[in-house]
Design a protein around this ligand. Structure first.
Ligand code: PLP
Length: 443
């Protein structure tokens, strides 16, 4: 006899406390945080923890320069400012990403343009990139989505041909590699996030990295009000030469990050083995599509993305209905699942209304007043649109969760798919799967 599904009142496969929290407070993290507390130094662009962290991250990646920032979003904005993007410029990014990959363009008074994604990698589809380029394009921002590197070679080739900057949004892919090269070392500048959930966590924070001396100089001015610094005394002159912001990190998050960095590769290895185990088991279930990884890439599984296919599961309904029903049944079994982005970024209200600064149509108006149209119709991004119908995120692949938890998650999948017609009867139930606030702190 089939085991009764939790959604029908049966016993859930998992309990909430089967899941362990992220990030892990390890010994080194405590050490560096304590060291900071004892030092009495908590701030400053050249203070000891931020300076050490910048050096350690540059070494880890094998890049020349790194600046810590208060967020990944700030690092992206600094990057666009450093390359001189401005009103009327277009910045190309992926349609399936976090808002910040696109809003950084608006923050720089430029206009985001989106490219649809590849069906298997969910990264920007290089085959669709060239069609998005105009004489106004200034930069391309490929995003290494969910821990998988974007296909950089064709992107770089196209960028070179059109004389464009490439800024890697590496906020989700610390330690991932593309053809043996670490992401964040491939474009002109890269941005990393250190927010709580990311593979390398500082609570909050970010990195701006580059091999280019000029871009570094600009980045460091922009990070601190555009304020010139005396080369000999290293004192601020309180004389801003360019428009800047206050995007510095702080000593405590930097100290925290340093402790995390000591274990980044090991933590990534756990994600990889947990993901491998899940893929091995749930990948065998008809209708379950585990994440894809090209052979020449190291995927670091910031998120473990699963898609559902009703037809392959032998169910007649829309992909959205099927995904919703399966999410509910899994959630009731105790599996933490739920969507991250629920729509392609261009489908968000701000792009539909094109209302920016002060509720005006600026910055789009710069070009629209000259007859250039920006069409953010979601049907222009059919692959991203379809993905948002039928994917969910299976949470918990991070350390210290291990095989025990993965076994239970896989068993819950098998249980749910073993009784799929019952699952479909509950498609309209009032259950809202999503990341558990306490465990994952969905803001
Ligand atoms: C997290 C993230 C950001 C922004 O990072 P914050 O540190 O939260 O500002 C930017 N882009 C992507 C793809 C992200 O996942």
């Amino acid at each position: 006899m089939k085991e009764k599904l939790a959604i029908e009142g049966g016993t859930p496969v998992l309990k909430r406390n089967d899941y362990k929290n992220w990030p892990v407070v390890n010994e080194e993290t405590r050490f560096f945080v304590n060291e900071t507390m004892e030092s009495g130094i908590f701030a400053g662009g050249t203070a000891p923890q931020v300076t050490s962290l910048e050096k350690e991250w540059a070494e880890y990646l094998g890049v020349k320069h790194c600046l810590t920032t208060c967020s990944g979003t700030a690092a992206l904005h600094m990057a666009l400012s450093a390359i001189g993007a401005g009103p009327g410029d277009e910045i190309i990014t992926s349609a399936f990403t976090f808002l910040a990959s696109a809003s950084c363009a608006i923050h720089q008074n430029a206009i985001p343009v989106f490219v649809d994604i590849d069906k298997r990698t969910y990264n920007m589809d290089p085959a669709k990139l060239e069609a998005a380029i105009t004489e106004r394009t200034k930069a391309i921002i490929p995003v290494h989505i969910q821990g998988l590197p974007a296909d950089m070679d064709p992107i770089l080739e196209i960028a070179k041909k059109h004389n464009l900057f490439v800024i890697e949004d590496a906020c989700q892919a610390h330690g991932a590699t593309y053809k043996g090269r670490k992401v964040g070392t491939i474009g002109h500048i890269a941005a990393f996030s250190l927010n709580n959930f990311k593979n390398l966590s500082g609570g909050e924070g970010g990195f701006f990295v580059t091999n280019d001396e000029t871009l570094l100089r600009k980045g460091s001015l922009i990070r601190c009000f555009g304020d010139e610094v005396d080369e000999v005394s290293h004192r601020r002159k309180y004389n801003a030469s360019i428009l800047g912001y206050m995007y510095r990190n702080q000593e405590l998050p930097a100290a925290f990050t340093r402790g995390q960095l000591k274990h980044l590769d090991e933590y990534n290895d756990t994600r990889i083995s947990n993901a491998g185990y899940l893929t091995e088991r749930i990948g065998k279930i008809p209708g379950v599509v585990p994440p894809y990884r090209p052979d020449d890439c190291k995927h670091v599984y910031f998120m473990y993305n699963v898609r559902f296919n009703p037809e392959e599961a032998g169910v007649k309904c829309t992909p959205r209905e099927f995904r919703t029903a399966v999410e509910k049944a899994l959630y009731m079994e105790g599996v933490l699942v739920g969507q991250w982005q629920t729509m392609p970024v261009p489908a968000q209200d701000i792009f539909q209304s094109k209302l920016g600064y002060g509720g005006s149509s600026y910055p789009w108006s710069v070009n629209e007043s000259r007859g250039i149209r920006y069409d953010y119709n979601v049907d222009n991004y059919p692959v991203a649109r379809d993905l948002c119908d039928n994917y969910t995120i299976v949470h918990g692949v991070h350390t210290p969760n291990g095989k025990d938890l993965m076994e239970k998650i896989a068993s819950a999948f098998e249980k749910v798919f073993g009784d799929i017609s019952t699952v479909m009867e509950h498609v309209d139930d009032n259950i809202f799967p999503g990341a558990d606030g306490k465990l994952y702190g969905a803001a």
